[in-house]
Design a protein around this ligand. Structure first.
Ligand code: DAH
Length: 315
């Protein structure tokens, strides 16, 4: 028998005893009644306490997603903050958009055509292996660079050549590579692609645009230099480096490779329906993570995707 059942049966006994009051001589009835009442009140209080205890044992299972304990006032909730890469990506986009570039976002699942064929990678070309590309079971490709958007960007803005004589687009986006992760390599990171086409686009214009971009982003004058590169979708191809400024810890002569670039290969223009005999273009693509790491003196790229709040909250 449970504690509560015992108490209830005691209450019954008392109630049953109470009826004996009528058999008592009148002068004893008052005393007897008071005694019985006292006992009864005691038992009733014990029953209430036992019932309450039972109720609190039977409360709902704990909801660990609730922001506070059951029946407790809602705590002051801490608001999250924008991810530092998104804040910086916004800055990058606003610099390019002030320069007159359109902005389109890349997609996180693409195909063989946009990843390789439309970028002049011939079938079976070893450069295809250089991109550590993930593939889904269905054969889709989480893009390994934002260049997958070049073909789409050229087609989408092709009509601008007839109206304003140029195509100017940047494409920020998330990219994925199947490579070993360490302090400078992540499987998931961000890039920004740029594409410019006109009748007389030159490498010199491109270096001017990029130098200005880096100077605006880092808020100071910078030195740039280039070295030869190889990409199937540009000819000639180059890598652009900036000299690490003293304010960011540079000691002079520290050159950092920031992006790949070049004159858009005639085949790439032609596949997008643009006549390479008439038009010329340049394109570039570089990592956002690296840009941000230099700005804030960060030494481990893995922090960005780590979900470590103490890191993220600093921004
Ligand atoms: N997509 C290249 C990469 O991720 C970078 C690049 C090089 C982009 C040359 C371009 C370009 O647009 O013209 O390694």
């Amino acid at each position: 028998m449970s504690e509560l059942e015992k108490l209830k049966s005691e209450l019954k006994t008392i109630n049953a005893e109470y009826v004996k009051i009528k058999d008592l001589p009148p002068e004893q009835r008052g005393e007897f009644g008071r005694e019985m009442n006292k006992k009864k009140q005691k038992i009733l209080a014990a029953i209430t306490a036992a019932e309450e205890a039972l109720e609190s044992e039977n409360i709902e299972p704990l909801d660990i997603s609730a922001p506070c304990a059951p029946n407790q006032p809602l705590p002051q909730l801490k608001l999250g903050s924008k991810h530092p890469l998104m804040t910086e990506l916004d800055r990058v986009i606003s610099i390019y958009s002030d320069m007159g570039f359109n902005v389109i976002e890349s997609q996180q699942l693409d195909d063989e055509f946009h990843m390789f064929d439309s970028l002049n990678f011939s079938k079976g070309h070893p450069a295809r292996d250089g991109y550590d590309t993930f593939r889904t079971e269905e054969g889709f490709i989480p893009p390994a660079h934002t260049s997958t958007m070049q073909h789409r960007a050229l087609k989408k803005y092709r009509k601008d050549l007839d109206t304003i004589g140029q195509i100017a687009v940047v494409v920020p986006g998330r990219v994925f590579r199947n490579e070993d992760v360490d302090t400078t390599h992540e499987h998931t990171f961000y890039q920004c692609e740029g594409v410019y086409v006109s009748r007389d686009a030159t490498m010199g214009q491109m270096f001017g645009v990029l130098k200005r971009f880096f100077e605006l982003y880092y808020g100071q004058d910078l030195k740039i230099k280039t070295q030869p590169g190889y990409f199937p979708f540009t000819e000639p191809s180059a890598e652009l480096l900036i000299e690490k400024p003293a304010s960011l810890g540079g000691k002079g002569g520290d050159w950092l490779e920031m992006l790949g670039c070049g004159m858009i290969h005639p085949n790439v223009l032609e596949m997008a329906g643009i006549d390479p005999e008439i038009y010329h273009g340049f394109a570039w693509g570089g990592g956002i993570d690296r840009l941000v790491m230099l700005k804030y003196g960060l030494t481990d790229v893995r922090y960005f995707e780590s979900g470590k709040l103490d890191f993220l909250e600093k921004f």
